[in-house]
Unconditional design. Structure first.
Length: 157
């Protein structure tokens, strides 16, 4: 009887652990600390997909291996960067990371006629701060805050 109870509890833990760890995933905001830091297709001597300027902010979704982080660039590209080329700034709950589904205007206030902060390309990752009345208050990887229409972003975390 004790063995069946133990096995049942073990099965519940094994089945729910992936869901718990996925919902609690932490991503890290990082800053590039060298000029022309190369972002590669894979962790190591893979093809270079872009270079980033010193000071560029990226989101790390975790370590790929001892030497590389898997990152999302401000333009939405996913790649790998050498660990010594970035510095951790803060962590973020991945459930608050969204992606623009189209070209989006980031506005100072939650209304269509409000001052334009900047235009975001389709595929740009943003952190959601709050959602209200069809508008979402967001923060971009480069630190800009503003409002976007809620129907033009989707959850990725």
């Amino acid at each position: 009887m004790k063995r069946k109870l133990f096995l049942s509890l073990l099965l519940i833990v094994v089945l729910t652990l992936p869901a718990l760890s996925a919902s609690a995933a932490k991503w890290t905001y990082m800053k590039v600390i060298v000029q022309d830091a190369r972002v590669r297709k894979g962790p190591g001597a893979y093809e270079i997909i872009t270079s980033l300027d010193k000071g560029t902010k990226v989101i790390s979704t975790g370590r790929a291996n001892k030497s590389y982080y898997r990152i999302i660039t401000p333009g939405g590209q996913i790649g790998y960067i050498f660990r010594d080329h970035v510095k951790a700034l803060a962590s973020a709950d991945s459930s608050k990371i969204y992606k623009t589904t189209a070209k989006v205007n980031l506005r100072r206030k939650a209304r269509a006629g409000s001052t334009l902060v900047k235009t975001l390309k389709a595929g740009t990752y943003v952190k959601v701060l709050s959602i209200s009345g069809g508008w979402t208050h967001v923060k971009t990887a480069d630190g800009k805050k503003g409002y976007v229409r809620s129907d033009l972003i989707k959850k990725v975390g």
